[in-house]
Every structure is written in C-alpha cells, then in structure tokens.
Design a protein around this ligand. Structure first.
Ligand code: 13P
Length: 279
C-alpha cells in the first residue's frame, strides 16, 4: 500500500529501527525490492535521485514506483532523493511523489535554509513530506580530504526550526558510492544530534557501512537509510555470473536474475535495519 514518508519514519523513530530507502533504476529493481519487503513484512521507501534521471527518467519511473507501491501488501513510500532545485521538487510532487528531498548541503547555510523553506511550504500545501540535508556527505574519491564535514549540532536545531522539515540527512562520516575501505562513522556526533533534535534523522551512503555502525545508527536516531550502490553491484555481479555461465544469453532469464539479485540485497539490508516484521 502506498503511504507517506512521515508515517514510516515516525514509527521507526518511536521503536528504534530504520526504514531502508532503496534507489531503484528499473522495473526489475523495483520488483525485487518490493518482493523483499513483502517476504520480510517490512515497510520500505522506493526512491529516485535527480542525478539518476539520465538513466531512469522521473516521468517514466514515477508511475511504476507508484503502482508497485499501491499493489504491495506492505507499506511503501515513494520519495524524490537529492532534488537539486525547487523546480525538480515541484515536478516530483506533480508526478505523485509523496515526499521530496531538497539537497542544499553544498549551499551557504542561509541559502540552504531559504530554498528548503520554500520547498517545505509548497510541499506542506500539497500534503507532501520533506527531507533536507545539512553538512557534507561526500562522494567517495572526490572530497575525501575535507576535514570539518560533520553536521553541526547547533546549526541543525536552527535549520530544523527555520525550515519546518520532517527529516534531516546528517553528515557523520558517511559517503556515497563504493568505499575503498569500510568507513568509521562519528556515532558520538549522531548521539548529540539526536539528543538536540527529536526529528527522524537520515543516513545517506548506506552501501558498505559496517554492521556495527548500522546498529549504532538505528538505535541512536537514524530512521531512514539510503542504499543505492550495493544493489547495483549485486545485480551486475549476478548478471555477470549468468553471462559467464552460458553460451547464449536469454533476456527473460536475465531479467529474472536481476529481480532476484535486487530482492536478495534489499532483504539483507531490511534485516540489518531491523524493519522486518514491522509492517
Ligand atoms: P550508496 O550508493 O552509497 O548506497 O548511497 C545511496 C544514497 O545515499 C542515495 O541518496
């Protein structure tokens, strides 16, 4: 069933688990994710990031996401990930996304506040929930050398009060993409952020995080964890194994392999996030 982000995050926040937000780039990917959620009786979030539009256009993906959510026997939210402008957030709302993220983390603080507030006012008027980001979640290999990238505790409280967002993505040493080595998250900073703000917090760059850090996060205020790379790697590896095992590739068989790989990786994360049997 199609539900709103807030409904999922509030339950997770109250009970100390996290809902997986899975970036899905194809019908096979979506189908596998929903099957995993149904198999484990877990809520999930299907999401698409603006940087992914060139390979998965939002206008084509939105109807598929929404219909998969409506048909699911467990709660599924449909979310825009990393919207880069007010206009993209508005377009996603028009297409039926139940929640949007505006990512102004690279902007000066006041500019991030101004655009996030405008997105928040528009979204609220349409009954849509909003995630925003403060602090810098880098890309692996791009800005590894940045020093003070963690979300500031006092700034986070001011940001939340001024923007009225429903969930805040924090930077605690997490990065997007394939890690070269397992990262060590700043759990002490997460605890401070959680104590200062009662709001559901979001962890981006979930792929490759250690089990220990995942567990610490979900018990210390992280209610939504984004996973993209791990699913893509899982699907690509299984397709390669299939391709290596046969003289003649069969497209329908390959589609089935993609669905199963997506289901397997999403199920692994659902268990780690302890959202199984919460639907
Ligand atoms: P990963 O690709 O590292 O899993 O990050 C996903 C993400 O944070 C999407 O917003």
């Amino acid at each position: 069933m199609l539900v709103q982000l807030n409904e999922l995050l509030q339950d997770a926040n109250a009970k100390g688990y996290a809902v997986g937000a899975f970036n899905c780039l194809s019908q096979e990917n979506i189908e596998g994710a929903v099957r995993a959620a149904e198999e484990l009786r877990s809520p999930i979030i299907l999401q698409l990031a603006e940087v992914q539009f060139p390979c998965a256009p939002m206008e084509l993906m939105a109807p598929m996401y929404l219909e998969a959510a409506r048909r699911a026997s467990v709660p599924v939210a449909v979310h825009l990930d990393h919207g880069q402008s007010f206009e993209t957030c508005a377009a996603a709302i028009k297409l039926g996304f139940g929640s949007v993220m505006f990512d102004g983390a690279n902007l000066p603080f006041d500019e991030n506040v101004a655009i996030t507030s405008a997105v928040s006012r528009m979204a609220k008027a349409m009954g849509v929930d909003v995630e925003a980001e403060l602090g810098k979640v880098g890309d692996v290999g791009v800005d590894d050398d940045k020093v003070d990238v963690f979300t500031d505790v006092e700034e986070s409280a001011e940001f939340i009060a001024r923007t009225g967002v429903d969930a805040l993505a924090v930077a605690i040493g997490n990065q997007h993409g394939r890690y070269v080595a397992t990262p060590k998250l700043n759990i002490a900073r997460l605890i401070e952020l959680h104590e200062r703000n009662s709001m559901p917090l979001v962890l981006h760059g979930g792929s490759g995080t250690s089990e220990e850090d995942f567990k610490a996060c979900i018990h210390k205020g992280i209610c939504k964890i984004n996973v993209a790379t791990a699913i893509q790697v899982g699907i690509a590896d299984d397709v390669k194994r299939y391709a290596d095992s046969t003289e003649r590739l069969d497209y329908i068989t390959m589609k089935g392999i993609m669905v199963e790989a997506s289901q397997r990786v999403v199920a692994e994360h659902i268990r780690l996030f302890e959202s199984n049997n919460r639907a």
